[in-house]
Design a protein around this ligand. Sequence first.
Ligand code: GPV
Length: 830
Amino acid sequence: MEGELYVRLGYTMDALYRSITRHLAYSLGVVPTQASKRDIYLALSYSVRDRLLEKMLKTNQRYEDSGAKRLYYLSMEFLIGRSLANNLRAMKIYDQVAEALELLGTDVETICDQERDAALGNGGLGRLAACFLDSMASLDMPGFGYGLHYDYGLFEQDISNGYQREKPDSWISEAPALQVERADAACIVPMYGRIEETKDKWGRHNPLWLGWNLVTGVPYDIPIAGYGGLTVNRLRLFAARPSTEFDIKIFNEGDYLRAVEQKIESEKISKILYPKDSYEAGRELRLIQEYFLVACSLNDIVRTYEKDYSDYNKFPEKVAIQLNDTHPALAVAELMRILVDQKWVPWERAWDITNRTIAYTNHTLLPEALEKWPESLLARLLPRHLQFIYDINQQFLDRVVTLWPGDVDRMRNMSIVEEGPPRQVRMANLAIVGAHSVNGVSALHTDLIKKSLAPNFFEMWPERFNNKTNGITPRRWLCVANPNLHDLIEDAIGPGFVTDLERLRELEPFAEDPVFCEKFLQVKHGNKERLKDVIFNTTVVEVDPASLFDVQVKRIHEYKRQLMNVLGIIWEYLALTEDGVEPANPKTFIFAGKAAPGYWAAKQLIKLIHNVGNTIEDDPKARDFLKVAFAPNFRVTLAEQIIPAADISQQISTAGFEASGTGNMKFALNGALTIGTMDGANIEISQKVGRENIYICGLTAYEIEKMKRAGSYKPKAMYDKHPMIKRVVDSLASDRFCPRESGLFAWLKDYLLADNEMFFHLADLESYVKTRELSTKEYVDKTLWAKKAILNVARVGHFSSDRTIRQYADEIWDLVPIPPTEAEKSGKLK
Ligand code: GPV
């Protein structure tokens, strides 16, 4: 094919119009004049897909021609959200499409609004992966995502009487317009079976893995457009299908029912995304999923490499693999198995190649999120991999013994296999030993990895540990989510900042410009009007855009302390209704977020938020000043509507628990002021935007850690001493917020007053409430507020995921951009 494409696709309004109508007729079978909005959405998506695939093929050719190194990002989650508007912006055809759609009697917003989210992720970790894909493509880097093609993404959240109800999210009907099936690149994955210890012809130990089951991995490619539309990378998602070879064997044996059962079993593997965020259930199917991702990806990576190279010496120079947390950590064992068992590379050499290829990102310190798998399960599912893990561990511990002879505690602590019962494999230890780079996702988090999570490993390999503070893509989180703010900034400082976000600094002088400030506040107000409608349509709560929008949206988790926010609201409510203290400005508290289906405390919090909101709404003394809205079914698309409308962004995790946070960055970029603890990336954000432009409260990670160790946190004493804390906590124990469900929230009093309360709610409460009061007061001064908000926007450019990806590329991957050729830029075919 030599990079030639047979049909030349047009990008003018005319060409796009023709393409849409052609797809209406020939992909969907409908007459254009009778097309529904959904038909038009699909036809437009197919038209966009055609053009993305054209550029993707060219991009791939360019990468092949250059012989450049490639990066593969292995992740169990890619939280993409909608694609259409993002792709139209990236390809710079938004306006042409808008015109073409007018000819069809509709408009581009309405059509883009037809799309469902691809919710193949839970939260921060999955959305980070999606932002990274966007940045790699926008930086012309050969970086590719590998993930699973789940039939069901993260559940949909309904609210009924204040309680969360989960509904399955079948996004698959949407998928064909986004992806192409690549049956030609399918692979076969073995699992289960046994080891037979044999000798090879030289009499050497030669274990054989036999009697496995086979599953087929079918790849689906989703094109990922870089900004400008010339570089288009791919996200490759694998779906599990029954292996035909295996079926035929059983069918031939005449066991029809068993063969069909087997088929169903195989397809289970990619059926559903596990809905837990920073938490592991230890379920067998989850381990199978993780292995399936690893096996399919490595098969693909090795096959691609083998197109150009006949031995493995150059592998680490041509391939980099990044593990998104430990979920794909089996890649260490699988790459060893491929090299040693299939390619006959000597063990030591294979280990060197593996280590130089793989890098690992840690995303949490939460003990319950550190993956461990029972040795017995691994022995059954992956007997050969377990042998490699033993060998790796043996070799590793031998080195520990030479370095620290007789230090048994250290050995026990560092071992990949944890002593039982039950004996378990620690995936973080496997990843740290197997990778040449271990990184955290904010400065504080990386520091804590070195000092508390893995101090022994840090001592052994200090050069292996490094920080890569997270970032977000300004394309989605500014251009797509907040086009009016984007345009306002562009009018002020000119184009180009979208791919060079530090240039937002040029906005700083405009913070003093009354005309600019006024326009800035108008944009914010417009976004608040838009959100008002969204909230009204989904909750029937009517919010007032003139009130302060105080927003906390993220997964519901104890460590994120939505409860502390509620305590703050109750505090203000009691002050207002019992002490006559009005807030300086009317306030609307906006919450959104999902709770893992099995997480009882988190689900109770959702109910509490609703009930507190209802109590306030029923109280004539309160309802004109305070309002609470819980927007259901939080997802990327809802975040795009909420974040641009926020005045305050709440980032109040217990210090030391939030590895980074990325919502904090999205809000600041959209001109919200942060109320936050000194946790995760909040610390770096405060350094960048300036301490006077952010509201910091609460204890530091160091102070929390010290109190924990000393056992000196005594919440009951704080309750006894501080009358307002007592009133707030007692109000929960009373039926004030559950008049028709007596005793519902009584547990919260015991919870908050327990000495072992893990998240230090009451320790931070007073500082937090004072900080909230200050922020409300300052909100009244519009000039001051606009100035602070604009300075946030101007100084937050550091948190572009383009910066993060450049650091990964330079410091871990050794990856260079492969920019479009002159011919590609001028639109010629070759
Ligand atoms: I591990 N994170 C997540 O969303 N899911 C997980 O399973 C794990 C971590 C999050 C962290 O909680 C955030 O602090 C962080 O910003 C995000 O990963 C991206 O690094």
